[in-house]
Design a protein around this ligand. Structure first.
Ligand code: ADP
Ligand code: MG
Length: 770
């Protein structure tokens, strides 16, 4: 409620001019107009086309600015009004009716009227009653749920009147409201306007004065942008009463959040074609971003190659496990670890994983040289192509991919003794050479697994359990170092490096040790019968043994003591009884490896193993990268690429969205004329795109889910391994990141579009569209 001082006119224009400038020309809408209006008047503005009627009305409505003079509302000057002030002015004072109706065609009658109340922040509870009442007043109760596009011209203008009157503004302006109507409908509309707005100021622009003549209290004629005639025809009811009236202004709150969401959702679906087009665009955006992001993650995994000085098998699915303080693993320990999720298997003696062996001919002709890993012969029994399965100790079969390097040597290798050596040290693992007794080919699956391994391999050397045990023992020995103390002299032994290696020989009695001459020298040639203290050390244990030197061997007595004749090959070796050898080296496992079923959860699994009371080391984390510092550059480049791709996608989507949303310009300029602010329009658009985006996003997630389930169940139609492989790099966290990124993209898209829309004034935007 605003009270005006006695004598103040409600609306007053003082030498107001409106100019249009464009193309370097300045044209005049109207100039130096002096007019006063008061509540209760029903004013007709007439004049030929181009005389400035519409321009005047738009300035009065606050839809257009003016360049000269001053317009007062309730005595308050408006020339200094900001955009926000003008928006408030329109909401409080102005109800507009247009020649072209300006209804939202995709809304029902009810929704069109409701819209203006929502815009002014009316309470949800008071809206329905108010809307129905006014619809009844304009005689459209039967059409409440009809879409505006289905109404006749007369009916449309009734909706427009209802809309203008729904919020109780003191001023109603109508620009040729009957211009598009037949004469009968036109007469009815004018009558209705007159009936419903007795206590308001009504300004009607018309070029059919006769039609309004029976009702108007005043006639203003415009000519060439100036007021040519201003005639008062009747006394208004209020003037007749000679009373000062209070002027009621309409509510001018803003669209509430709840109403904004409701309108936004309504807008999302009410034009099905637009909704579907936007949905397709957003599905394209989501799937392109998913693809980009997952390939980014995938590439990231692929480029982090490297090596480790201690472990050959650096596959990502391997977790090294030890006991705190370095104890031996018990069966109970293994049982405990096996229960942890994602633990696929435990390689109890895991040095075998790191043992890459080269199988080569012993002829020194260098005919073949095959890099292999050890395997269990029993696992490949079905695949044997030639020869037989291993029967005796130190027999093996070779399993290699068909048609590759190793395959051409299989026949050559057969029946020959191969030297198996540790690739890292270049030393033979088993001096007693292994005899290849058969060969076979890998299945495609096995070949793939081999090729995907981080180690370069050409085949598997597969042996029986007892040979495996021999190799294990031999390998264990290689990982130990020894300290021997004889007659107060101390010497260091290191099998792996070939320094004083220890070997078992059944010729040596238990508790004794046969030493070579150079060790004998330590005791100044009197070693026999002396005590030799041998301390055996590994990363995990240290044991001391006492031996009595039983013999000193040399080239000439070798065959007598040890039943051998290869002095050069064994020079420097210490021999002990096999039982003592077993005691020294055949220890339990101090280090085992867990192979996880899905390497992406290796970290999680490692934490679980730690919680179960073990120490872990994810071998793949300890890699020394092949590319060294180049990694960071690569990573940065990839990230830049990803961001660039996202930007490109954003702009592609923006331009397509812009084309689709062009059809929404009418909607937005219309609601602006009804009092929607820039912020309102922007929020509505954001809500709309946000809704479409969510549907698109979850649609894509659904499709991904189907692909995954399809793969899981091995259904051929949906099975797409490479896609599944890529998608498997996306974790829940990634989906959340993508959701947020895409969400921001959708909202930015809306914000950008809204900014463009608001570069123009409401009126210009509207004129361009209609
Ligand atoms: P009426 O409604 O009386 O037919 P208008 O108010 O639409 O007349 O136009 C008044 C004058 O202003 C005309 O000369 C017209 O060419 C000019 N005019 C109206 N709108 C624009 C505009 N957007 N840009 C430039 N000139 C305009
Ligand atoms: Mg006009």
């Amino acid at each position: 409620m605003v009270s005006k001082e006695r004598g103040t006119k409600m609306l007053r224009l003082e030498r107001v001019s409106k100019f249009y400038s464009g193309n370097g020309l300045v044209s005049t809408g109207f100039s130096k107009v002096d007019l006063e209006f008061d509540i209760g008047e029903f004013v007709a503005i007439t004049g030929e086309s181009g005389s400035g009627k519409s321009t005047l009305l738009n300035v009065i409505s606050g839809l257009d600015s003016y360049e000269e003079g001053e317009m007062y509302i309730m005595g308050q000057p408006t020339s200094g009004f900001s955009k926000e002030d003008l928006e408030e002015y329109r909401k409080k004072y102005i109800g507009s009716i247009f020649q072209t109706f300006n209804l939202i065609n995709s809304y029902t009658v009810y929704q069109n009227v409701e819209l203006v109340l929502l815009m002014s922040g009316y309470d949800k509870s008071e809206i329905p009653g108010r809307v129905r009442e006014i619809i009844e007043q304009v005689g459209l109760s039967d059409y409440e749920k009809t879409k505006a596009s289905k109404l006749s011209g007369g009916q449309k203008q009734r909706v427009a009147i209802a809309r203008a009157l729904a919020k109780e503004t003191p001023i109603i302006v109508a620009d040729e409201p009957t211009g598009n109507l037949d004469s009968q409908s036109a007469a009815e509309i004018i009558k209705l306007l007159h009936q419903l707005s007795k206590d308001k100021l009504i300004i009607v622009v018309t070029h059919n004065y006769d039609q309004v003549e029976p009702y108007v209290t005043r006639k203003i004629a415009m000519h060439d942008g100036r007021v040519a005639e201003d005639k008062r025809l009747r006394v208004t009811a209020i003037q007749a009463d000679q009373k000062e009236t209070e002027i009621k202004t309409a509510k001018a709150d803003s669209l509430s959040f709840g109403s904004m969401v409701r309108l936004g959702v309504r807008n999302t679906f009410n034009i099905p074609a637009k909704f579907l087009l936007l949905l397709v665009v957003f599905i394209f955006l989501c799937s392109a971003v998913f693809a980009q992001y997952s390939s980014f993650m995938y590439m990231g995994e692929m480029t982090t190659g490297g090596y480790n000085n201690y472990f050959s098998d650096t596959d990502k699915d391997r977790i090294l496990v030890t006991k705190p303080g370095g104890g031996e693993f018990t069966d109970a320990d293994y049982a405990k670890i096996k229960q942890i999720d994602n633990v696929d298997k435990i390689v109890e003696y895991d040095l075998l994983l790191d043992l890459v062996t080269n199988v080569t001919d012993d002829s020194e002709k260098g005919e073949y040289y095959v890099t292999t890993k050890l395997g269990e012969a029993a696992d490949y029994a079905d695949q044997l192509e030639e020869g037989r399965m291993p029967k005796n100790s130190n027999e093996a079969i070779m399993i290699c991919p068909r048609d590759q390097y190793a395959a051409q040597y299989m026949d050559v290798i057969m029946d020959k003794k191969a030297e198996v050596m540790d690739q890292n040290s270049g030393n033979a693992i088993i001096k007693d050479k292994i005899k290849i007794v058969g060969y076979g080919y890998m299945t495609e699956e096995q070949q793939k697994a081999m090729e995907e391994s981080d180690i370069y391999l050409e085949g598997y050397l597969c042996v029986n359990d007892d040979t495996m045990a021999n190799i294990r023992l031999a390998a264990l020995e290689r990982y130990c170092t020894q300290e021997i103390e004889l007659a107060n002299h101390i010497a260091e032994g290191n099998s792996a490096a070939g320094v004083m290696p220890i070997r078992a020989s059944s010729k040596v009695p238990k508790g004794e040790i046969y030493v070579p001459e150079d060790v004998d020298a330590m005791a100044e040639s009197g070693a026999v019968g002396k005590e030799l203290k041998l301390t055996n050390k590994s990363l995990y244990f240290e044991d001391t043994f006492q031996f009595k030197v039983g013999a000193v061997y040399n080239k000439s007595n070798l065959s007598y003591y040890l039943d051998r004749d290869d002095f050069d090959a064994i020079s420097g070796t210490l021999f002990i009884n096999p039982e003592d050898y077993g005691k020294m080296f055949n220890k339990g496992n101090f280090q085992s490896s867990v192979i996880v079923s899905d390497y992406k959860t290796a970290e999680e699994t490692a934490v679980k193993i730690q919680k179960a009371g073990f120490d872990t080391f994810h071998v793949n984390d300890g890699l020394i990268s092949y590319s060294q510092g180049f990694d960071i550059i690569q990573e940065t480049l990839r990230t830049i690429m990803l961001v660039a791709m996202l930007l490109v996608l954003f702009f592609i989507t923006y331009f397509i969205t812009k084309l689709i949303l062009k059809s929404r310009n009418v909607y937005f300029s219309t609601i602006r004329m009804l009092g929607a602010t820039k912020a309102n329009c922007s929020s509505l658009l954001k809500t709309e795109l946000f809704a479409v985006f969510n549907i698109a996003f979850f649609f894509c997630i659904g499709v991904i889910g189907i692909i995954k389930v399809g793969n899981f169940q091995g259904k051929s139609l949906l099975q797409n391994t490479s896609m599944n492989e890529m998608l498997s790099f996306l974790t829940t966290g990634d989906y959340v990141i993508l959701y947020v990124v895409l969400c921001l993209m959708a909202i930015l898209l809306a914000a950008r579009y809204a900014r463009q829309l608001f570069k123009k004034t409401a009126m210009n935007a509207y004129k361009e569209e209609v």
